[in-house]
Write a protein that binds this ligand. Structure first.
Ligand code: HEM
Ligand code: HEM
Length: 224
């Protein structure tokens, strides 16, 4: 249960950080540093993953999820370090003015945070079975019921639609490619009501979670 709570907290913080434009900057900087704590707890609670690298059997699934996990760790470190470097409210000038004013570092921060969003979506999708089965057991849901299956299908379609729309309105492609979408330049999503603005980030994350789940399933079918 404590793991599920931590996962939910991590997810909520990530969406908050992605919705940078909706909140005063100092909250973003503060939360950007606060998020290090749940990430560290998450890593400590999953520390067996680090030692599992020495194990010899590398199934397709293990290779896939390890690759996503490594990319997620790298994008997280880049987002955190570049965030502190460009900070100009609470953590002003920690790495010096050259870093703080560097356009490259600003772009790196935006690009790495969008990659982080995508890798964490894929990451959740690859761990979905374990997480969801704990949740379903806790709620005592009947997964074979018609209502459950219909609800699950509707949820997948709804999340996928939100994800596709969100990717266009938040200009995700441009951001991943480090195109010039600066914080001052408003994306089409900017004019939307705040709840929709946030929900579209949830949709993007969810769409990659669906993709991760599907990729994991395929790789398990391949050779377990
Ligand atoms: C939205 C945020 C995230 C969610 C929802 C999430 C979810 C999960 C889940 C469900 C697991 C399986 C065990 C558990 O329930 O704790 C897991 C494992 C793991 N997570 Fe995360 N995670 C998130 C972010 C991160 C971040 C930012 C990192 C690294 C910087 C990370 C690194 C790991 C590692 C190394 C494992 C063990 C991997 C394995 O066993 O394959 N996670 N995560
Ligand atoms: C993993 C943690 C973080 C994520 C996911 C994240 C995400 C983001 C996003 C999505 C944007 C704005 C993109 C836009 O709409 O244009 C942004 C901007 C910014 N972030 Fe973060 N951030 C994180 C950590 C931090 C930290 C730790 C700090 C500082 C202590 C920070 C400082 C900033 C600043 C100053 C900007 C404005 C960018 C600019 O001036 O070009 N961020 N961040």
């Amino acid at each position: 249960m404590k793991r599920i709570l931590l996962d939910v907290m991590l997810f909520a913080l990530l969406i908050f950080l992605m919705a940078f434009k909706m909140f005063p900057r100092r909250y973003h900087e503060a939360m950007g540093v606060v998020v290090i704590l749940p990430i560290l707890f998450h890593l400590v609670w999953n520390r067996s993953w680090f030692s599992s690298f020495r194990r010899e059997e590398w199934s397709s699934f293990r290779k896939l999820s390890a690759a996503v996990d490594v990319l997620l760790i790298v994008s997280t470190i880049v987002a955190l370090v570049s965030g502190v470097a460009i900070a100009h409210r609470i953590f002003k000038g920690v790495f010096g003015i050259v870093w703080q004013k560097s356009i490259f570092v600003h772009q790196l921060h935006i690009t790495s945070s969008y990659w982080m969003l995508i890798f964490s979506g894929l990451h959740l999708g690859l761990h979905w079975n374990g997480l969801w089965s704990r949740f379903v057991r806790w709620r005592a849901w009947d997964v074979s019921s018609r209502a459950y299956r219909l609800g699950a299908r509707l949820a997948v379609v709804g999340v996928a639609v939100l994800g596709v729309v969100g990717s266009f309105l938040h200009q995700v492609g441009d951001r991943l490619l480090m195109e010039h979408v600066f914080f001052r330049t408003n994306t089409p999503a900017r004019g939307l009501p705040p709840a929709v603005f946030l929900l579209l980030f949830v949709g993007i994350f969810g769409m990659y979670a669906i993709a991760g789940y599907w990729m994991g399933k395929r790789s398990l079918q391949k050779n377990g």
